[in-house]
Design a binder for this molecule. Sequence first.
Ligand SMILES: [Zn+2]
Length: 493
Amino acid sequence: MKQYPQSQKPVILLNIDSLMPEPLEVAVQTGRAPALQFLMENGTYIPNMVSSFPTMSVTIDSSLLTGTYANKHHIPGLNWFDDSRNEIINYGTGFRETFRLGMRRSIHNMLYRLNNEHLSSEVTTIYEELANIGIQSASINSFVYRGNTPQRLHVPRLLSTLTRFENGKWTTNTPATLSLGLFSKLRPRGFTMQIAAGNYKYTARELRHLIRKNKLPGFTFCIFQDMDARIHFKGPTDIKDITKIDRQIQKTLNMYPSWEEALNQNIWMVMGDNGQAATGTSYRKFIIDLRKILKKYRIARIERPVHKKDQLVLCVNQRMGYIYVLDNRLPLPAVIERLKSDHRIDIIAWKEKDSIHVLSGMREGLLIYRPKGEHSDVYNQTWKIEGNHELLDLYISNEKKVSYGDYPDALARLYSALHSHSGRFIVVNAKPGCDFKAQSTPFHLSGAAHGSLHKQETLVPLVIAGTTEKPTFPRLIDMKAFILRIISQQYKG
Ligand SMILES: [Zn+2]
């Protein structure tokens, strides 16, 4: 591999929503993604980076930018229940649900409260840490954007009646450069049909604008959001959008005298955020309607505030769900027993004192674990584990070394979801092929879905070109330290 000069090379991280290793490899080896092929052949390819849990974009992007799982950054999913305020928080799981909950609330939740109220102030984002050492960043098309430069954002007139921001303006802390659909544009005449995010062409044009104007900061994070929707509909093997996005990356690399020169001037990284698991065709067989399983209980309805008499709140994140038991007289085991009767639920987990308890609708036995103990896993985390470890497909050697099968980094990731927010709740995970449903949540038949702990939606690819450095472990939570390390090394010199 060629050596590149260690002078200052801005890092550009491209996150392609729902990019998975196999479709990427197929696109590259059949000549349908020349730019990605060039980066892979001239860089490092890691096909099995572990994503966050739930495998939903806001939780994942928060993990990527803060280097922590949800127990630290406190973004539990796209859809969760805030028990301190007795309120369902939805950042916009789908058109139907968003509409019912009120556009106004979703936009406000997504753009303002996520960054300014929910994302924990105990963690720092990569943008904040870089700014502290005098290095600027850019965020293009990401809903998670917290930095430390106050910016006044404008709500387009068309939308100002739909949002809670006074006069359609609000101040929020962002990286020095922010591009976010119509709210904040880098190119004065740029136009997007989407309100809060731009499509792949818009996103790539905003990036090329920074390169053309010589305004690339030390770190640029750029998200392409288009592929996700297509794969939900077409299934996980579709590669058409990889080809389309690759064409935009080609155009970007073409701005340099040669593609090799693009690697001399910048460090390029391309990654996915979550995979997708193919879903079955029959509603009856593959859609797990949690309201049906729990019909004995009074379930809160999402279009009105949670009522005193409501016993349960259901917050579905596609193939994972949070089940909140509000009624203190209702024992958790009663609800768990109902869930266990459905053989399509592969993991049922909850907190009990300091431990996590795990049951399954598919397997017998109980697994109990907690952090710090005599077992040590492949990421150097230690645990105390008792019971049937097959429930999380763990492999435990005679030396008490733990490695993971179907559920990568399962112990830490499941722990993180159960400690991501307060409340009395159960986490459920659907087996591959299945999808959860609650009131008005979108479900995905004959296509694909994500959200779960399973490796199908957990393992994502990462391509690194322009440096030979790699993250310490192949996990998204190790990206922040990795990027900080390569940037601070350069700027020291
Ligand atoms: Zn999706």
